[in-house]
Design a protein around this ligand. Structure first.
Ligand code: ADP
Ligand code: MG
Length: 726
């Protein structure tokens, strides 16, 4: 896992360039482009295999030092010294379209795409030829025309593949068709060409559709915003807006930039970012994100990020990178395909040669069977089965405010046995409030105690500290210095020359205080689920303060939904005391609880869960639980919108605080795994069936092509089911 994370971070430097957004607004979101590299958007890529071949071809061009084609996102990154024009021409020669990323691919409707048109024309010609053939007339010239129209693009791609020394499907299909013609099977040869051309065009079309439907579902930020400059409101393009500018958002408008509200109040629909269906109330000081919709009030926003750095832009990059990452299952498919194709071709050669040469069998029959095998050697459906499913599933989850960083995590999530929750900030709101103030020393009033505690805590970011400072807000603050935090324990600082400690019993015991005699008072509070912290100096415990956090309304539901989804072990991890932890755990009905944990103990607890139950997912807010998140098989961060580190380091990021996204994403992963397995089984099964069938002469050429094209299409459509609601 840690290795994976490292790889991902590393990938960011190179992959960032080939990820991005392409749609009408794409030029509006700045792309971090690596120097010397150009990103191209491609269209017409119909199989992962073709992507690899195109990559090889571009990389072989003179003046190109590196090329990377990303099948899932249809992007190509090239480091080059030749002109972009030359690269685009080469891509076109290979049968695809390319434009510099940021430009717009002119995507004609299918009836205007050359490949689709050629396929359709050859279909018409084929029908005519078959009719003439039936009538007993000479249809050979027409069959030749079918092969020329339908086979032109195929042959061109096949020829270029041959030049780059790759065994290409296009080449094999043409060989099969020519072979058929050579033994007088003109109608078969022509049908092969037509079906292959048509199938490919259709496949390219569906893949482009899948990609664009995912893109359009993640709605984008507007390209312009109203900026207030010297009292005037001026429509400005987002890339010209700087941090600190004031942007006005009218009711009903989509927000164009990330920022904080500086005036007005409204409810904002954040579904595009967090997947939350209910609008969220926003007032002065609240963060808003580009791409979200302002519902009723007017908002004045102070810009906090450049358009290219917005949360939405980051999400989009992340999604595209994730879609490009290979799932482990894909690696199996790749290895299989690598050996499968040459093996079947070898088998084809043997079948053409051995029976006629050694057993006196008729050459024509076995040569024909060999041609059928050439067609069957295409692993098309198999190769496409995994990526199309992963792309769809990741598209689905990102629309629901869940970022999955790649197929690997999708696969792992499908196998999760145990789930560990961090308590504070995850199961609870992480916004505790003071409930009790207990001065132990006669000279201390509640006010004096709180003021002293707040003097230390005002330097701390911890939720408990926030509660204390809020509780002392009405009193005059005491100056303090030399603040030191003890993670999972508390903090200390110097107040009026005295070192004041604020923290839990563990901190006090370790620092030489004796808290034993307050045990009864403290345990009573803790049994109510409260967190008690002590305040003291010079070995005297001056008093204690109890704070209580509220559970998120959907925590209990989430735990139940996970159990229903078949997660056998649900645990809570917390740095809080055992009594409070037990009280909360019993409300939530978790299977286990680890309490009194220091941040590093949380990691140890995850390790223990892993050895006991297998695949473990850990959900936290990233505060104090980063090591545990990293150690878990899947680290899930929640409430990530606006936090870049959490967005980058988590394997799965829940943009909102909605814990019910968790059972959703587990279900989605399982479904994805199931679809991938169906696809792989179906494509391999079909191949086995056809190879056996060929051997016994049950399969003819056009049936083999039809099966291949049909299988690719079925597999694609099956994968595309994952875009829909789960
Ligand atoms: P959690 O696992 O609930 O997120 P932490 O590991 O952050 O908890 O903290 C564990 C415990 O340490 C808290 O419940 C609290 O008692 C104590 N603690 C940590 N930081 C502070 C602080 N700044 N002030 C007071 N108590 C603290
Ligand atoms: Mg925490």
């Amino acid at each position: 896992m840690s290795l994976n994370k490292f790889k991902q971070l590393n990938n960011k430097c190179t992959d960032a360039c080939c990820s991005g957004i392409h749609n009408e607004h794409e030029a509006d979101i700045a792309e971090p482009v690596q120097s010397g590299a150009t990103v191209f958007s491609l269209s017409g890529l119909d199989c992962a295999d073709c992507a690899a071949k195109l990559e090889k071809r571009i990389a072989m061009m003179k003046g190109v030092s590196a090329a990377k084609v990303n099948f899932s996102t249809s992007k190509m990154t090239v480091t080059h010294s030749v002109s972009e024009r030359d690269i685009i021409t080469t891509v076109q020669q290979a049968g695809y379209q390319a434009v510099r990323h940021g430009g717009k691919i002119i995507s004609n409707p299918w009836w205007q795409q050359p490949r689709m048109l050629a396929a359709a024309a050859s279909g018409v010609l084929l029908t005519a030829a078959l009719i003439i053939d039936r009538a007993g007339l000479n249809a050979i010239p027409l069959y030749i025309m079918v092969m020329l129209t339908g086979g032109f693009h195929v042959a061109k791609s096949g020829f270029y593949a041959l030049k780059s020394m790759t065994l290409d499907m296009n080449f094999l299909m043409i060989t099969a068709a020519l072979g058929a013609a050579a033994i007088g099977e003109w109608s078969e040869g022509a049908t092969v060409v037509f079906l292959f051309a048509f199938g490919n065009a259709l496949q390219a079309y569906t893949m482009d559709k899948t990609r664009s439907s995912i893109r359009s579902l993640m709605e984008l930020a507007p390209p312009e915003a109203l900026v207030r400059i010297n009292g005037n409101e001026i429509r400005t393009r987002v890339e010209e807006i700087s941090i600190g500018d004031t942007v006005i958002v009218k009711p009903g408008e989509r927000i164009a930039v990330d920022g904080t509200v500086s005036g007005g109040s409204s409810a904002v629909n954040q579904a595009a970012i967090t997947g939350e269906s209910m609008p969220v109330n926003k007032q002065t000081g609240d963060s808003v994100y580009a791409g979200t919709v302002n519902t009723h009030g007017a908002l004045e926003i102070t810009v906090t990020r450049k358009a290219g750095d917005s949360t939405l832009a980051k999400i989009m990059h992340s999604v595209e990178e994730a879609q490009a990452q290979k799932a482990p299952m894909q690696q199996f498919v790749d290895i299989f395909a690598k050996y499968y194709t040459p093996a079947v071709i070898l088998f084809a050669v043997l079948i053409a040669a051995v029976p006629p040469l050694f057993f006196g069998a008729e050459f024509g029959t076995w040569f024909y069977r060999a041609l059928v095998l050439l067609v069957i050697s295409c692993p098309c459906a198999l190769v496409i089965s995994t990526p199309v499913s992963i792309v769809s599933a990741i598209g689905n989850s990102s629309r629901n405010g869940v970022l999955i960083k790649g197929g690997v995590f999708m696969e792992r999530l499908g196998q999760v046995k145990a789930v560990a929750f961090d308590k504070t900030g995850t199961l609870t709101h992480g916004r505790p409030e003071i409930t009790d103030v207990l001065p132990f020393e006669p000279s201390f009033t509640a006010e004096k105690l709180l003021t002293l505690a707040a003097a230390v805590e005002r330097w701390s970011e911890h939720p408990v500290a926030k509660a204390v400072t809020a509780g002392a807000a009405d009193y005059t603050a005491l100056p303090s210095e030399n603040f030191i935090a003890f993670p999972g324990r508390g903090a200390k600082a110097d107040v009026n020359g005295q070192t004041v400690y604020v923290g839990n019993a563990r901190l006090f015991e370790e620092s030489g205080f004796n808290t034993g005699r307050y045990d009864t008072d403290v345990s009573k509070l803790e049994e109510q689920g409260k967190t008690v912290i002590f305040i003291g100096y010079a070995n005297t415990v001056c008093g204690a303060v109890a704070v209580a956090d509220t559970l998120r309304h959907n925590s209990r539901e989430a735990v139940q939904a996970l159990r229903k989804a078949g997660i056998s072990h649900i645990t809570m991890l917390t740095g809080d005391n055992s009594r409070a932890a037990a009280a909360i755990s019993s409300v939530l009905d978790t299977d286990g609880v680890y309490s009194g944990l220091l941040p590093e103990d949380k990691a140890a607890a995850v390790r223990e869960l892993k050895s006991k139950y297998g695949t473990v997912a850990m959900i936290g807010d990233g505060v104090n639980d980063a090591p545990a998140l990293a150690l878990a098989d899947i680290g899930i961060a929640m409430g990530v919108a606006g936090s870049d580190t959490a967005l980058e380091t988590a394997d799965i990021a829940l943009m909102s605080d909605e814990l019910n996204k968790l059972p959703y994403v587990i279900k989605l992963s399982r479904k994805t795994l199931a679809v991938i397995k169906q696809n792989i089984t179906f494509s391999i099964g079909l191949k086995v069936l056809f190879i056996a069938g060929t051997f016994f002469g049950f399969v003819n050429l056009w049936l083999a092509v039809l099966a291949d094209m049909g299988a690719s299409l079925i597999v694609t459509l099956n994968g595309m089911r994952l875009i829909r609601k789960i």
